[in-house]
Write a protein that binds this ligand. Structure first.
Ligand code: NAD
Length: 478
């Protein structure tokens, strides 16, 4: 059953129009997918007041009742996998098989945190004095403002909303301009699951700066959670400082993929394709730099290029498509700029390297890449992999860590001692050893970055803690 999505936003008092709309286009061919309400500062202020009111009820709702609603939300998400997956592919061009996978991924956080909601039982703290008792009770932080990106339109929402709601917080979500419809779809399902009014609101806007200001100015909004670029994350971090809000930031990455001579080269070549070209390379943890030990450079590059050339680039709505278009003209311009810069400075396209009409860019492998090229210092966010040789392990680690980012890193080796050394030597929040899709892409593990890749973690207990205040209660016995 497909849910009708009106040209509205989802407020505490239901589905509302704002008098203004903006349209969403399909990256595959530019056709209009739909219109959504365009919210401004007035709507933001209304949402804050409604959230504050809803918080009073939700924080007192029995955790078992909160868990039941989250369980129903999970069931509905899974029941709507086909429709929601298709909507995502239409909005932002992700291949349909990946979009459907993302719906399951999104639901897995809801399920996990439904179960965690009833385990927030606090802790005993001992005292050195016989007549004292102490305990820690966990309380919700309060009203949360969430700003989310387009590259995982539903996953980046439930990874925030599920722990927030489980903790007893309420949340106002501002989805990315490119993917507001799947966010609204999530709100529809939350409503159907019995989520009380005002606990989760979704307000699209075409002007994120003006819309966001009331949230940052209002000290009653106690938490900001953001996933997006490092550039914007830095701005929001500074804005949140004014009222000392709690802040979680999931930002950009520049993942290295190290291939040592003792690795299974065919497996490494297949795995780097998975890590690099998922979502057309528009994934924060996807490989951005492939470092290969010189002794195996040739056979590895050959196998990598062959696997890349075999990828099916095409219509994201077709089940056989493996790589779709990039999200918009700005995204494509950045990919082209990185490739042209590298080629002009002496790199060679072993495979791909060109635009294939519209927003489609060929899956590309570049050889002869050197430090100083843009692709070595900036996140490309597209289907392009530079291959760089190294001679020794220390050099590989130095090159891999030579970036302000610290989100995900990968290494392929069959030497156990080296695997440990490398895992410990990589300055990254997530390390995959012979594993292109780390378990960090699961609700039970911590997901997040070091350095310019962010502040805080999502997933597991770590992701729940971000929405909790630990209150210490000390009592003296008479
Ligand atoms: P972006 O930073 O341009 O936009 C993200 C969101 O911020 C959007 O909703 C946008 O409307 C909003 N925004 C932009 N400027 C704003 C402002 N001044 N005030 C308030 N809101 C503002 O990023 P993007 O292009 O949508 O997403 C891609 C980036 O996200 C990449 O850098 C990627 O690595 C990163 N990302 C990180 C993770 C992670 O978990 N670390 C996950 C997914 C994406």
């Amino acid at each position: 059953m497909t849910k009708e999505l009106p040209n509205q936003a989802y407020f505490a008092d239901g589905w509302q129009t704002t008098g203004k709309t903006f349209s969403v286009a399909h990256p595959g061919d530019g056709r209009a997918v739909g219109e959504v309400a365009d919210c401004g500062p007035a709507e933001a202020r209304r949402a804050i007041e409604a959230a504050l009111e809803a918080f009073e009820g939700w924080r007192r709702t029995n955790p078992y009742a909160r868990a039941e609603i989250l369980e129903r939300w999970n069931d509905l998400l899974l029941a709507h996998e086909a429709e929601l997956g298709r909507l995502m592919s239409l909005e932002m061009g992700k291949p349909i098989t990946e979009s459907r996978g993302e719906v399951k991924y999104s639901a897995s956080f809801v399920k996990w945190y439904a179960q965690e909601a009833v385990r927030l039982h606090g802790e005993r703290v001992l005292s050195r004095f016989d007549h004292k008792r102490g305990l820690v009770s966990y309380e919700p932080v309060g009203v949360v403002y969430a700003v989310t990106p387009w590259n995982f339109p539903t996953g980046m929402i439930t990874r925030k909303a599920a722990p927030a709601l489980a903790a007893g917080c309420v949340i106002v979500i501002k989805p990315a301009e490119q993917s507001p419809m799947s966010a609204l779809y999530l709100a529809r399902l939350w409503e159907e699951a019995g989520g009380p009014k005002g606990t989760l609101q979704v307000l699209p806007t075409s002007d994120p700066v003006a819309f966001s200001r009331p949230f940052f100015d209002d000290e009653r909004v106690r938490k900001v959670t953001f996933t997006g670029s490092t550039e914007v994350g830095r701005v929001l971090y500074a804005q949140a400082a004014k009222t000392l809000k709690r802040v979680s930031l999931e930002l950009g990455g520049h993942a290295p993929f190290l291939v040592f001579e003792d690795a299974d080269l065919d497996k490494a070549a297949r795995d780097v394709v998975l890590s690099k070209f998922r979502n057309a390379g528009q994934t924060c943890i996807c490989t951005n730099r492939v470092f290969v030990q010189e002794s195996v450079l040739e056979p590895f590059t050959e196998a990598f290029a062959a696997a890349t050339a075999a990828l099916r680039l095409g219509d994201p709505l077709l089940p056989e498509t493996q790589v779709g278009p990039v999200v918009d003209a700005q995204g494509l311009a950045k990919v082209r700029e990185h490739v042209e810069d590298a080629l002009a400075k002496g790199a060679k396209a072993v495979v791909g390297g060109k635009v294939r009409g519209g927003l489609y860019f060929e899956p590309t492998v570049l050889s002869g890449v050197r430090p100083g090229m843009k692709i070595m210092t900036e996140e490309t966010f597209g289907p392009v992999a530079p291959v760089i040789p190294f001679t020794a392990e220390e050099e590989a680690l130095r090159l891999a860590n030579d970036t302000p980012y610290g989100l995900a890193a990968y290494a392929w080796t069959n030497n156990l001692a080296r695997a440990w050394r490398v895992a410990e030597g990589l300055h990254y929040g997530i390390v995959g050893i012979n594993d292109p899709i780390p378990t960090a892409m699961a609700p039970q593990a911590p997901f997040g970055g070091m350095k310019n890749s962010g502040v805080g973690r999502e997933g597991g207990w770590w992701g729940l803690e971000e929405y909790l205040e630990a209150k210490f209660i000390s009592m003296g016995l008479q």
